[in-house]
Design a protein around this ligand. Structure first.
Ligand code: ARG
Length: 567
């Protein structure tokens, strides 16, 4: 089903054939007094043609054939063309949307194969808030890309190979607590890591012993390999537990260790072809032709022979391109790694990678004191703690609002509200800005929050529970007042918003749309009785309610948020 801007754009096409590159420039108006949709085509084109925009707008309006869908278009301001949909057209189009399984969201015409690299926590280090953002954002982008018809391969590039393992193995051999490992593997591994780190400060012998363990691991020592394997597996199980809670899934889990053997040959190849050169003993790729990177070469082999993060990422790109032939690779990783991605993308271009490589960056999460969020003891907050606290707090809210719910149902509602609140707090923000993590705000039933939207969903569902007789999904939509009209127009925008999210990777556009939709529905419901109305108005309003509730549920689903039936 085409969106209104698409339909209007098509009508502009015959007017623009003589001016290559000219666009219809149709979008919703900011102010309903100027109509429903607006085009700036005349203004943009007048600049190219060096003519008066108003005169050009008049010529365009005279030639435009839109009488079947709009009132006569009006020219406003310097040369905007404003469109107001005809009521009968809006009614038909809304009816079509209500009958459309995809709720007006058309699949893309050229689907792409996308590798989505997200979450990617490190073994023997706790998942921190940066990983929370990556996990929630990445999952949402994957859901939306799939819904739009793209093929998405999700790959969790876990940090399962690195210098931390020298310390972990040394700690494992000297003071492992097997009981603690069983109950909370991540904490025990982090404890080992920290303890050895502290010892290294004062004891040079420990430092060289830990290095020795690392070298042995890298050379394939069976005992160290065994310890490493177990540490990775136990960490993965703990991660997996959180992913299941969050309903986040990965097709692949090719961590850094998967590329270990490829690093040496890759460096040899790059050196032999002249793409990399030795500088002060280190093997580097220089980008002298890229001003921003001119003095920032990517080091791919240190002078002591060690490989780096960039080396692994280059090997990873090579593997992905060879195995999966993707059109694009998306990396959902925090802003502090921006330079790293600029370097490896530039290096990848040198070795002939043509896939569209995107670093989808994001800012930090701040505590209510506006500093980087930490626990009371000053550590980075882990994902597990955040999720469990969210569910606990939601349970308390539900217990207060609905004291007599059976325990099992209360648990499942609390889980949906708590996890939904955390996800929505993330996704409703512009990803690049830092945001303040506030339990009270995100769990509030008022304002731009998940519980508000979930509650709107519950309230509309309850209309249908009260409905006696059958719901006729094919009842014709009739628009008789402003509230119905505003709601119908908003419903039709779902198909415009969803694809827009991927243009600049902004789930907050969808979140804000859903919030506005719920708000508009609220206004409609205050003004327009539904069950008490007479036919055919009643049937039409029920169709509007049904389309709203389906868009809310589906839209929240694209954000990875489930809706309870009651709350
Ligand atoms: N493990 C890394 C970190 O925690 C993130 C990895 C992101 N993906 C990548 N291909 N570099 O910082």
């Amino acid at each position: 089903m085409a969106t209104i801007p698409e339909i209007l754009t098509e009508r502009f096409a015959p007017l623009l054939t003589d001016t290559p590159g000219a666009e219809a420039g149709v979008g919703p108006t900011a102010d309903p007094r100027f109509g429903d949709y607006q085009s700036n085509a005349a203004m943009v084109l007048a600049r190219t043609l060096k003519t008066s925009p108003r005169a050009l707008a008049e010529k365009m309006v005279a030639a435009l054939d839109v009488s079947d869908l709009c009132e006569p278009p009006e020219i406003a301001g310097a040369g905007f063309i404003n469109f107001r949909l005809r009521t009968d057209y809006l009614e038909r189009q809304t009816g079509r949307l209500a009958g459309d399984e995809r709720l007006g969201v058309a699949p893309v015409t050229s689907p792409r194969r996308i590798v989505l690299d997200f979450s990617s926590p490190n073994v023997a280090k706790p998942m921190h808030v940066g990983h929370i953002r990556s996990t929630i954002l990445g999952d949402c982008l994957g859901r939306i890309a799939r819904f739009l018809g793209h093929e998405v391969i999700t790959d969790n590039h876990i940090g399962d190979w690195g210098t931390q393992f020298g310390k972990v193995i040394y700690g494992w051999k000297h003071f492992l607590d097997p009981e603690a490992l069983k109950t909370d593997a991540i904490s025990e591994l982090v404890r080992l890591y920290r303890e050895v780190n502290a010892l290294e400060e004062t004891d040079a012998a420990v430092k060289s012993a830990a290095r020795e363990e690392l070298v042995k691991l890298q050379q394939g020592d069976p005992e160290n390999l065994e310890i490493w394997k177990e540490a990775v597996e136990l960490s993965w199980q703990a991660f997996q537990h959180l992913y299941e809670l969050l309903d986040v899934h990965f097709d692949e889990r090719l961590g850094e260790s998967a590329y270990h053997a490829a690093l040496g040959p890759l460096c040899e190849k790059l050196a032999a072809s002249g793409l990399a050169e030795v500088s002060e003993g280190a093997l580097c790729i220089f980008f002298r032709d890229i001003p921003a990177l001119a003095d920032k070469p990517a080091i791919i082999r240190k002078s002591d022979g060690g490989f780096l993060y960039a080396t692994t990422d280059l090997a990873t790109i090579e593997h992905r391109v060879r195995e999966w032939k993707p059109d694009a690779i998306w990396y959902v990783v925090g802003t502090p790694q921006a330079l790293h991605f600029q370097q490896i993308f530039a290096a990848a271009a040198r070795i002939g990678v043509t896939a569209d490589l995107q670093h989808i960056a994001f800012g930090s999460i701040l505590g209510e004191d506006r500093k980087i969020m930490r626990t009371r003891t000053g550590e980075n907050v882990g994902l597990a703690e955040v999720l469990h606290e969210a569910i606990e707090r939601a349970r308390a809210v539900v217990a207060e609002k609905k004291p007599d719910l059976p325990g099992e149902e209360r648990d499942s509602i609390a889980r949906r509200i708590g996890l939904g609140a955390v996800k929505y707090a993330e996704l409703s923000q512009n990803r690049l800005t830092d945001y303040v993590f506030s339990w009270d705000r995100m769990l509030s039933f008022q304002g731009n929050t998940a519980p508000y939207l979930q509650n709107a969903h519950v309230r509309i569902r309850s209309i249908f529970r009260k409905l006696e007789g059958k719901f006729d999904a094919t009842a014709p939509v009739k628009i008789s007042n402003g509230e119905e009209r505003t709601l119908a127009l908003k419903l039709l925008q779902f198909g415009e918003i969803v694809p827009l999210v991927l243009e600049d990777f902004r789930p907050n556009l969808l979140a804000n749309y859903l919030f506005e939709l719920a708000d508009i529905f609220h206004g409609f419901y205050e003004a327009c009785p539904v069950l008490k109305a007479d036919e055919p108005v009643r049937g039409s309003r029920l169709v509007l309610c049904d389309a709203t509730v389906r868009i809310l549920r589906h839209g929240l689903g694209l954000l990875g948020i489930e809706c309870p039936e009651r709350m």
